[in-house]
Design a binder for this molecule. Structure first.
Ligand SMILES: [Zn+2]
Length: 325
């Protein structure tokens, strides 16, 4: 059985390693004044029963995190983390040992995790580079999509993403007669639909992904360059950034789906309704065939624009309308 040691503090890997110690007694208890020394620390899946005795009362609380103490008569017992902190924490020497124990424990935990990542070899770095490349490619596609719009539409989309108000509204003109019989035009808002997947126009999201992936890559280079016994705080940071790679990958998968979603038929018809310029409308209608390697005919575009116009007509009943926002 492997007991990993560091600076005389044992970091127990398994309950059996405590039970098999000759001086350990699971039936004994430890009053606060009988503390002699500190044997080791454990963090287990199984909960261990605390053997502290305070004013004649046994603690009996179960803990996954705790310590093994030696009594003044040499008997060893288990003390849960809370009791150790609350009733033994005042002892300065003990606190130093605790810090050692914690450091030893986390060194074991993080070494193990880093070992797993190291086992993957250059895979970590190449995966991060691959994801960075994917992000750049998404950015380039986003820029190509932006090329389909005029300034008005693009600024409306960016504003929608900023304000999270993605409703496209058209203003329909109604002519009313006032009391004197004079004609008065009123503009009434009509919802045309909600634009979706505008996240691809959120520059902040690209920057965040780039930052997270960059940190993982830096951590990788640091961990490779580090000596045999790096600082625990460094190991912790590296592990955190390596663990984040998997999150980045799945979040990027999700983010990437917005590119297709943005060019969906439903979205493209809403986008077409955001301009009244026919040339621009034609251009936007082509977005449903993005990326550009898919072929389409002029007839397809015209038919599509007819259905868009039909949708507008349903909402305006032939009345004059203008764009809102
Ligand atoms: Zn306790």
């Amino acid at each position: 059985m492997s007991v990993e040691k560091s600076k005389d503090i044992i970091v127990f890997q398994h309950p059996g390693e405590i039970f098999e110690r000759p001086n350990f007694d699971g039936d004994a208890s430890i009053p606060v004044d009988q503390f002699e020394s500190f044997v080791g620390v454990f963090v287990f899946q199984d909960k261990m029963i605390c053997q502290v005795n305070r004013n004649g009362k046994h603690c009996h609380q179960k803990h996954q995190h705790g310590w093994v103490f030696r009594r003044s008569d040499g008997v060893e017992v288990i003390v849960g983390c809370d009791c150790a902190k609350n009733h033994f924490g005042a002892d300065k020497r003990f606190r130093m040992q605790l810090n050692h124990a914690n450091e030893a424990y986390y060194r074991v935990i993080y070494s193990r995790k880093l070992e797993q990542y190291r086992h993957l070899g250059g895979h970590v770095a190449s995966q991060v580079n691959m994801e960075l490349e994917r992000l750049s490619s998404m950015w380039r596609q986003r820029e190509r999509i932006a090329g389909y719009f005029n300034n008005y539409v693009i600024s409306r989309i960016i504003n929608m993403e900023k304000t999270a108000r993605r409703q496209v509204v058209i203003k329909v003109g109604y002519i009313e007669k006032d009391e004197d019989g004079k004609e008065k035009r009123e503009w009434i808002n009509q919802d045309f639909g909600r634009l979706r997947h505008t996240a691809i126009f959120n520059d902040h999201l690209y920057a965040q992904f780039r930052k997270r992936l960059g940190k993982s890559l830096t951590s990788w280079h640091e961990s490779v360059a580090a000596g045999s016994s790096p600082k625990v705080s460094d190991m912790k940071r590296w592990v955190r950034h390596f663990d984040d790679i998997a999150n980045c990958v799945s979040e990027l998968d999700e983010f990437e789906r917005n590119l297709d979603g943005f060019c969906s038929l439903e979205n493209v018809s809403i986008l077409c309704a955001m301009t009244r310029n026919n040339d621009y409308r034609r251009k936007i209608a082509e977005l449903q065939f993005f990326p550009e390697n898919r072929s389409f005919t002029n007839k397809q575009i015209s038919e599509f624009l007819d259905t868009v116009e039909q949708g507008i007509l349903e909402r305006t009943h032939g009345r004059e309308y203008r764009l809102a926002g």
